[in-house]
Ligand binder design. Structure first.
Ligand SMILES: Nc1ncnc2c1ncn2[C@@H]1O[C@H](COP(=O)(O)OP(=O)(O)OP(=O)(O)O)[C@@H](O)[C@H]1O
Length: 577
């Protein structure tokens, strides 16, 4: 059956074609002679004279997998942990009618995942460069499935939602069950299709229908003097009920979220820290997507100051070839000298790729100059939305309830990604505050500047520490944070004062605290409608507003160990999305 008219084995051409990519590979040394089913070909399994399986895990192989998938009777392809590249060809019943197990994880395969095989049982494709969405996956019988650590995005739908989040984690932008829901702040900022976020925001500020305020919102109550004792009692009762409910939820989620994050353990096997980085001369290290950056063009670029913070100044730079980036020039005072730990951290931060995290494209550390090159996000920051420019105080654009929720949910996803990124020790953001939550061209909230403040020197800020208030007075705490500027208003109480010291001792728990402060500020902000005050709290309805406030209060628990993890915060927020 295996013989063709000219005497050659039918499966020989695809196998030899694959071998041609790897002429010197030790694993394929035994692939000689005209009969791959002679029993001498290592890694080749035959049945009735035809190749039905290829097993070449950990064999240092390069080239594409397409030739192997051209084997007409192939049932199993296991080529994990090689350096295979190129696209996975579209697979369906006409190309691979017998394929049951496809194991291609830990390679460098790219392109979309287009697999429509009703009988496929195993698809493990984690740790590759697959991109696009999962719509072209039709694998109803699959029992073992993993596409984590790729560059996939879009919604997880249908049958695939039955797999755990570990099957999908670490992608550029996958969302939907079992991951958090897909939310676009873009939609929230403006309902009309095709409308730009800024146009949408303008429309809202000029009295758009979504800019209305809840008559029963917490801030509205506060603003009107809280004259109504009965309403207050009801609010407190709802608060207590929500609090108890959230605590209970929290306990039940604890186990689930632990399981959900277990995929990180796999990462121990492979350290990609040094991968995807090139030095483009002059000490500029470029990360994925920043390959075109050159230090000379950065230094020559026309620049516009975006703002100045504790850690340095940020510029919008337009490079010669028209590329626009944001360049953060770190303060020499806060970041003196060379630090190996900081360099290491930057290389790690350069690997963070998530739709709700601002991508670091390059990093330069030479002659006492430290430049961080980020994607430029054109729609400002949460700080500017809430309070106008970089500084505190009034003048912010209107922000309806849906936009507030979308921004918070997006930022929480970004922070959760950072917290669950496989790194030892685990990553900490250390500077969660509204000016580090930026809006991209679609209006999606992205967290910026992961971990930078952990390496700042112990330089005290001139901004006074706002007073801390008893836990019950969450609105005062949020207001204090809003007015305080810097990071102080958002820093957890257990951290030492002073930006550098506080950043250095920051933990994931203190990040959660800071996020909680941001959440409380956003939920109770007073700039819905006309941008000049006039009540706040959005149009979420009293129950929902109180629900968000309770999440904020859980996050800002005085004791770090009582705070939820970001995965739990996300799950709680998901109930209101
Ligand atoms: N990638 C970016 N794209 C667009 N704007 C940005 C980007 N990064 C920062 N900005 C904006 O530049 C301004 C200055 O940011 P910068 O990070 O220097 O200061 P900060 O966040 O106020 O304080 P800190 O030094 O504590 O981070 C902020 O308004 C911020 O929103």
């Amino acid at each position: 059956e295996a013989e063709v008219a000219n005497g050659g084995h039918q499966d020989l051409p695809p196998l030899l074609s694959f071998k041609s990519y790897n002429p010197a590979a030790a694993a394929l040394e035994s692939w000689v002679g005209g009969d791959p089913c002679s029993g001498a070909w290592i890694g080749v399994r035959c049945s009735r004279g035809r190749v039905v399986g290829v097993f070449l895990d950990n064999a240092s192989l390069v080239g594409g997998v397409a030739p192997l998938l051209g084997l007409a009777r192939l049932g199993v392809l296991a080529v994990r942990r090689n350096s295979l590249s190129g696209r996975l060809p579209p697979l369906d019943n006409s190309t691979s009618p017998r394929l049951r197990h496809l194991l291609v994880s830990h390679n460098q395969l790219t392109g979309g995942l287009r697999v429509s095989l009703p009988s496929l049982v195993t698809l493990t494709a984690e740790h590759n460069g697959f991109h696009g969405d999962l719509r072209a996956l039709s694998i109803p019988m699959v029992r073992s499935f993993n596409v984590s650590r790729n560059m996939l995005d879009g919604e997880i739908s249908g049958d695939l939602s039955r797999f755990p989040s570990s099957s999908f984690g670490g992608n550029l932008g996958l969302c939907g069950l079992p991951l958090p829901r897909c939310v676009h702040a873009y939609n929230a900022l403006g309902d009309s299709v095709g409308q730009s976020p800024s146009a949408a925001m303008e429309e809202a500020s000029s009295g758009g229908s979504n800019g209305g305020l809840s008559k029963l919102s917490v801030t509205a109550l506060m603003a009107t003097g809280i004259g109504n004792a009965a309403l207050m009692v009801i609010s407190v009762a709802i608060s207590v009920a929500m609090f108890v409910y959230m605590r209970r939820k929290l306990r039940s989620w604890k186990g689930a979220s632990d399981a959900a994050l277990s995929f990180e353990e796999e990462d121990k096997v492979r350290n990609r820290e040094e991968k995807g980085q090139k030095s483009n001369g002059g000490g500029l290290v470029c990360f994925d997507g920043g390959e075109e950056l050159r230090l000379e063009s950065l230094l020559k670029a026309s620049a516009e100051v975006l703002g100045k913070g504790v850690s340095g100044s940020t510029y919008k730079a337009v490079l010669e070839d028209g590329i626009v980036v944001a360049v953060k020039r770190l303060s020499a005072l806060q970041f003196p000298g060379r630090s190996k730990a900081f360099d290491r951290h930057m290389r790690l931060a350069g690997r963070l790729r998530h739709r709700h995290v601002v991508s670091l494209r390059g990093y330069c550390n030479s002659n006492g100059e430290r430049l961080l090159v980020y994607d430029y996000l054109p729609n400002g920051s949460l700080q500017s939305l809430l309070h106008g420019s970089n500084g505190g105080g009034g003048g912010g654009r209107s922000l309806d309830w849906a936009a507030r929720k979308a921004i918070l949910f997006g930022a929480a996803q970004g922070l959760n990604y950072i917290h669950t990124f496989p790194a030892r020790p685990a990553l900490v953001h250390a500077n969660v505050k509204p000016s580090n939550i930026l809006l991209d061209e679609h209006g999606a909230a992205c967290v910026s500047e992961c971990g930078v403040m952990r390496y700042a020197a112990n330089i005290q800020q001139s901004i006074p520490q706002p007073p801390r208030c008893p836990p019950g007075l969450f609105l005062d705490r949020a207001a204090a944070a809003a007015g305080g500027g810097g990071w102080h208003g958002y820093a957890a109480p257990e951290l030492a004062s002073g930006a550098g010291a506080a950043g250095a001792s920051a933990t994931q728990e203190s990040d959660v605290y800071s996020f909680g402060m941001v959440l409380l500020e956003v939920v109770t902000a007073d700039n819905a409608g006309d941008g000049n005050g006039g009540g706040g709290g959005g149009d979420g309805g009293e129950d929902e507003t109180m629900g968000w406030v309770k999440i904020g209060m859980l996050c800002t628990a005085e004791a770090p160990e009582e705070r939820p993890r970001m995965a739990q915060v996300l799950a709680m927020m998901g109930e209101f999305m």
